[in-house]
Design a protein around this ligand. Structure first.
Ligand SMILES: [Zn+2]
Length: 342
């Protein structure tokens, strides 16, 4: 099959489109002919970042694949050859203490497709049969592949971790990202007022079209001041954070009394000062959130399948142009998800 491989750590130029042997499946696995694969920050970090140490090169990145079942192992019963499926990115045991408690995002043997095992930047991907989720006929492969990271992560953050309620106000930092555009839709679906920040007016216009009530250009204004102006000096109930160093202090300064900040990432850096006075005087809560549980993902995927939430796709690239797609992501030019089509 044709696939995109990373042979050693480095920039996007380390991605090579080449011929490799087809994967062989075991009795509990299935082989999927990939039709669409999402591009994520994790794909950048496996070749140039902390995750590069985890990967055994040469490595095929890509954790969000959707396609057609090409082959099934003898023990795989819920899907058949020809079925349209999404491959869930997290491989869990289902038996350890964490899995039994429903916290399978902390499974003791957790593996992420495209990180610990080969991913979907390829014509074929093998995965445990348990990871295959049938997709409805009206949903495109690109829409399915655009769902797991953005919607799974955002749902786990807002619903499970921050316990967002109808009537609350949410600030979504970098609303134009995949996870930001999913968070905007989930917040509106839950009946909240949404304020979003982005770096270009074009992204802000798109955020409004997604349902954002207020938008702030963070290149032109201090967004925490704007948030205070838009909320009558009250602040927001929940801040949705994933940017890190560049926005951390302003995000905390945007919170109302009893406010919660929930974060799933730190793309601009992992260290930032925290004003401890604000933390106790305003009785704030800082919440971490890691990936998503299977239950969370299936819940939000159900809403996407019903058309109540819609994946936002910026652009699709042919698989051989994976390096261009990653460069596009690094330049933060996208609004929503980037997809590769093998
Ligand atoms: Zn487990």
């Amino acid at each position: 099959m044709r696939a995109v491989l990373v042979h050693e750590g480095g920039g996007p130029d380390q991605l090579r489109y080449e011929q490799v042997p087809d994967p062989h499946i075991s009795d509990t696995e299935a082989l999927v002919r990939v039709q669409a694969c999402g591009v994520n920050h994790l794909d950048l970090l496996v070749r140039d970042g902390p995750w590069a140490a985890v990967v055994s090169f040469p490595h095929i990145p890509g954790l969000e694949a959707a396609g057609e079942v090409a082959q099934v192992g003898r023990a795989v019963e819920h899907v058949r050859v020809g079925d349209r499926v999404l491959v869930g990115p997290i491989i869990v045991c289902g038996r350890c203490e964490r899995c039994r408690q429903g916290d399978d995002n902390f499974c003791k043997t957790l593996k992420i497709i495209g990180l610990h095992v080969h991913g979907g930047y390829a014509e074929y991907l093998k995965a445990p049969g348990d990871n295959l989720i049938p997709i409805p006929s009206h949903m495109s492969y690109a829409e399915a592949a655009a769902t797991p990271v953005a919607f799974g992560t955002a749902w786990h953050m807002l619903v499970t971790r921050a316990a967002l309620k109808a009537g609350e106000t949410v600030l979504i930092v970098a609303i134009g990202s995949g996870v930001g555009s999913a968070a905007a839709q989930i917040s509106k679906y839950l009946g909240c007022r949404v304020i979003g920040t982005a770096g270009t007016d074009e992204k802000l216009a798109k955020a409004r079209a997604l349902g954002a009530d207020e938008v702030i250009n963070h290149c032109r204004a201090d967004f925490s001041r704007e948030v205070m102006r838009l909320t009558g000096k009250r602040g927001v109930d929940v801040v949705f954070e994933h940017v890190g160093t560049d926005t951390w202090q302003k995000s905390i300064a945007s919170l109302a009394r009893n406010g919660r900040l929930v974060t799933c990432g730190a793309t601009t850096g992992r260290v930032a000062p925290t004003d401890i006075w604000l933390l106790f005087l305003k009785q704030l809560t800082l919440i971490g959130s890691y990936a998503a549980t299977k239950r969370d993902f299936l819940e939000v995927f159900n809403l996407v399948s019903q058309g109540r939430l819609k994946p936002v796709i910026d652009r699709c690239f042919p698989l051989e142009e994976a390096a261009s797609a990653q460069a596009y992501l690094m330049e933060r030019r996208q609004f929503g998800k980037l997809i590769l089509n093998p």
